[in-house]
Design a protein around this ligand. Sequence first.
Ligand code: ZN
Length: 294
Amino acid sequence: MLQLKSQQSQLGSSAVSGSGSYNYKSFHLGNWTEISATCGGTSQTGFQAPINIAVDGADYESMPRTSWPKFRAKDGGCEEAYFAAKGTAWQVTFIDEDANIDCTNLEMEWNGKTYALVQFHFHTLSEDTLDFQPTEMQMHMVHLAEDGSFAVVGAMIKTKGWKKNRFLEDVFGAGFDSNRKVSLNGKQKFNPYDGVLQKSGEFWYYPGSFTTPPCTEGVDFLIAQSPVVTSHSYVASYMEYLKGSGAGNSYGQNHRPIQPLNDRVITTGRFSRGGAFPPCGKLDPKNLRLGGEA
Ligand SMILES: [Zn+2]
């Protein structure tokens, strides 16, 4: 959900449709493809996100162990994050010059590159579906590498289940009020890797795109196979927030429908931890502001 600065003024509280602006209401009027033909899936690879992932009876090839992503949280994570209102969601930001925040402690090593976790945000309902069933919510952790590559790590979020995810309870418990720096209670730091991803949990991989205009392709998606559980009341509050801010549709939802799989091959792997901690390099401010939302 990295958006052009110039779009932010257009994506104000009312987020009205018009040339260059978009929202989940205008999506259903078909204006996303007018803004960017890529959203129509007709250019480049046609590999758009989100997708349906077949689960029951599916047998996906596992990627080699050497390809598994590694997550690292230097000093245990980030002391604080910036809660930001965006045009189509609400995000927890770690790197944003304008918000005067620059924590590069959260890193993923993937595909021979080091990625920094720039922000995470939430969709309701989930964008990806499992056997065509969405979950109540989905979290997207947006990673950026020095060369401008994006990789999104996703977690499916349900509201049924006895064990509520503590990290999400803490984040949502801090409230959706935006444009403020937030620290979590006590000594806890922001570490969404330990917070929502099982240490050697399995994931599905697919090549995809940003899920809002300009729907840029070439974005890697790694979706955790184990869902996490949060309180229904937080999902309801988030939907109220999206309704109030104009970021969601009239139901307070902010998800793009699933897109054709085309010739894509889904593979699986396992998350891992550790390794050396190379700096993620200099992230291009242009890429940090790059249009689109994963
Ligand atoms: Zn997203």
